[in-house]
Design a protein around this ligand. Structure first.
Ligand SMILES: [Cu+2]
Length: 342
């Protein structure tokens, strides 16, 4: 009878502590706002895990503390406690129950993953390139953006590539996180459900400026998206035509700032990850193999499209990612800009 009373008290205490622990963890609001359809199954699973964590925490800690308090050695008690050895039924129980829990959680996890990866054949497709240290978004309509624009309530399939090392595409509000692996095209599907401004961060340490590898994301309405895409495509087409006909150092300077050249090339003569552009045009560039090359249009174009073909002496051959996506007109603009840096 005495034993039953202990078990009843324990059951009540475990229930109360489970609920309080869950409410406490829930009140921390560890998750940011959910802004994608894929967040729903993930948040549901997370909530289930937190409930289980709260229950098992109580199941272990409550009997422990209860025993410490209730079954203390009483004053005057001197003997050893009762010695119990082995219990087949207990061992079978505590093997079987966790086995069932793990199998059920495995099934739920697989089902959840299937929901997150559900394919919409109508998805908009955008190429994402991660590099040290930034993101570039290449739209199939023929332009490149530093901000990822996405239409709301429509699945986007991001085809992600890395031009150097491992990176990881992480938008906490979208929940799904996915690694970029050099040499592979990784598929990331997301359906934004909330118009607003977000940020993608790199979640895989990738070198000195890893912490600054962030880009803005704007989720906008379908109408705004269509208008933006048409506008960008028109600007890109006009710029490409104008640049070829008439290269412009101002546009070159803009590209220098926006395409990421600035991170590694100074224009004031100071040495960065890459050689300075000051005085580059028309100079004799010393190469790693001991020869020199004239810094003309051919050399600069090759250095941009295929940076390891000729390596500037004293610089690392693989430090610069290829910028093969830049169009002829854009390279002409860059060269005009470099010419101005005497
Ligand atoms: Cu990174």
């Amino acid at each position: 009878m005495q034993n039953v009373r202990h078990f009843v008290i324990l059951a009540v205490l475990i229930a109360v502590v489970s609920v309080l622990t869950y409410l406490g963890l829930d009140a921390l609001e560890l998750m940011p706002v959910a802004a994608a359809a894929q967040a729903a199954p993930i948040d549901w699973l997370m909530d289930l895990q937190v409930k289980l964590i709260a229950f098992f925490f109580a199941l272990i800690v409550v009997p422990l503390v209860y025993s410490l308090v209730v079954f203390r050695r009483k004053p005057g008690e001197a003997g050893d406690g009762e010695h119990i050895e082995g219990s087949t039924s207990l061992e079978v129980t505590w093997t079987f129950i966790p086995l069932v829990i793990v199998v059920v959680l495995g099934y739920i996890g697989a089902d959840n993953l299937a929901q997150v990866k559900r394919v919409d054949p109508q998805a908009v497709e955008i190429k994402v390139v991660g590099y040290q240290w930034g993101w570039r978004f290449e739209y199939p309509e023929g332009f490149v953006s530093n901000t990822l624009y996405l239409p709301v309530n429509k699945q986007a399939v991001l085809k992600m590539e890395s031009s150097d090392v491992l990176h990881s595409f992480w938008v906490p509000e979208f929940r799904v996180k996915h690694d970029l692996v050099p040499g592979r095209v990784e598929i990331y599907r997301i359906t934004p459900t909330l118009i607003g401004d977000y940020k993608v961060r790199c979640a895989e340490i990738c070198g000195a400026s890893h912490a600054y590898m962030e880009s803005p994301i704007k989720v906008i309405s379908q109408e705004e998206y269509t208008a933006w895409v048409n506008e960008q495509a028109a600007i890109a087409a006009a710029e490409a035509a104008a640049a070829l006909a008439n290269p412009d150092p101002k546009r070159g300077e803009k590209l220098y700032n926006e395409a990421g050249c600035k991170a590694c090339h100074s224009i004031d003569g100071s040495k960065g990850v890459g050689p300075t552009w000051k005085g580059l045009w028309g100079s004799q560039v010393p190469l790693a193999d001991g020869t020199t090359v004239l810094a003309d249009e051919a050399y600069i174009t090759e250095s941009i499209r295929n940076p390891s073909a000729k390596v500037h002496q004293g610089f690392s051959p693989n430090a610069m990612p290829s910028f093969a996506y830049l169009k002829d007109g854009q390279i002409a603009d860059l060269i005009e800009f470099i010419k101005t840096l005497k």
